[in-house]
Design a protein around this ligand. Structure first.
Ligand code: IPM
Ligand code: MG
Length: 356
């Protein structure tokens, strides 16, 4: 029997509730498809700080490295906001990404026909949107040195090496060749040197992929184009901070940030997490949308474990459940038959994913 070990990091806020639903669905499809998943839980973020005074204990890093894949919920919350930077929950996540070497963050944005009215944008603008943000995840201004917070000034450094740009660009071109064959590289080359190197390097890499159409776009324009005409995009290739911002923006095309999954991959490891945060304001109320995490679990099956047909089952089940009119509260009344809880949503998807 095929067996996989999953490191599970539930995190803070709604993290535990949404991850529990993803595990429920994973268990259902593994039974159907004849493989076995074992889970081991680790602490990260505020939950880890509360126990170890460290947002990323060594045993979490070791456990994540040993596992075949890492499934993660969300971290952070007001409770830990005033801690020094190295103790903050977010620092735990950034360090884990770095330790796993997951340099490519893939964030697909798909507009489900069933939810076309849930978006704040007009249906005719978003119908059929199917794009993928390829965000560089372990470099750029998030990690650049020097950085400091002084009394009267503070600074960070946006730095990219040619090697870092090359590997993420290659990833984007490879993926685009299996999609619609278009890459939009987003930068701020009219102002930043680091973006100039980005643009030149992406241009260089593109020579190895003559079948892919490459265009460059400034990030401010990209932010506008995403809302004006999102269907023009296939693969958006960009750096860490621009990708962070643009992917939140793009999520609203789909109607709710609670729908968008992500995969963070490198040479070896894979970290699968929803793109949304820990939403402490709604934690424990049973109203969080587990779809982003369940969908991240599907990406884990497909990209990390090679369990394509189990992944298909989950993605199909999500569509069907939405088609039937089941909605969590974030999606409100848009074409809803019934508003369901986090737990009910997970059970419905598990049930649909188990159908013969
Ligand atoms: C994300 C989040 C993180 C990021 C935070 C929580 C550090 O916003 O995954 O998009 O900025 O990368
Ligand atoms: Mg973000």
């Amino acid at each position: 029997m095929r067996k996989y070990r999953i490191a599970v990091i539930k995190g803070d806020g709604i993290g535990p509730e949404i991850v529990d639903e993803a595990i429920k669905v994973l268990d259902a499809v593994s039974v159907k498809e004849g493989f076995e998943l074992s889970y081991k839980e680790y602490l990260m973020g505020g939950a880890a700080y509360d126990v170890f005074e460290d947002p990323l204990p060594e045993e979490t890093v070791e456990g994540a490295k040993e596992a075949d894949a890492v499934l993660f919920g969300a971290i952070g919350g007001e409770k830990w906001d005033s801690l020094p930077r190295d103790k903050r929950p977010e620092t735990g996540l950034l360090k884990l990404r770095k330790a796993l070497g997951v340099y490519a963050n893939l964030r697909p944005v798909v507009v489900y026909d069933e939810l076309i009215n849930a978006s704040t944008l007009k249906p005719e603008v978003i119908k059929g949107v199917d794009l993928l943000v390829v965000r560089e995840l372990i470099g750029g201004i998030y990690f650049g040195q020097p950085r400091a917070l002084e009394e009267e000034r503070a600074y960070n450094t946006m730095v990219y090496t040619k090697e870092e740009i090359k590997r993420i660009a290659k990833k984007a071109f490879e993926i685009a060749s299996k999609r619609r064959g278009k890459v939009t590289s987003v930068d701020k080359a009219n102002v930043l040197e680091v973006s100039q190197l980005w643009r030149e390097t992406v241009e260089e890499v593109s020579k190895e992929y003559p079948e892919i159409a490459l265009e460059h776009m400034y990030v401010d324009n990209a932010a506008m184009q995403l809302i004006r005409d999102p269907r023009q995009f296939d693969v958006i290739l960009t750096g860490n901070i621009f990708g962070d911002i643009l992917s939140d923006e793009a999520s609203m095309l789909s109607g709710s940030i609670g729908l968008l999954p992500s995969a963070s991959v490198g040479e070896k490891h894979g970290l699968y997490e929803p793109i949304h945060g820990s939403a402490p304001d709604i934690a424990g109320q049973g109203i969080a949308n587990p779809v982003a995490t369940i969908s991240s679990a599907a990406m884990m099956l497909r990209f990390q474990l090679g369990e394509e047909s189990a992944a298909d089952r989950i993605e199909k089940a999500i569509k069907e459940v939405l088609h039937e009119g089941y909605r969590t509260k974030d999606l409100g009344d848009f074409d809803a038959k019934e508003i369901v809880t986090t737990n009910e949503m997970g059970s419905l998807i598990a049930q649909y994913a188990s159908k013969d």
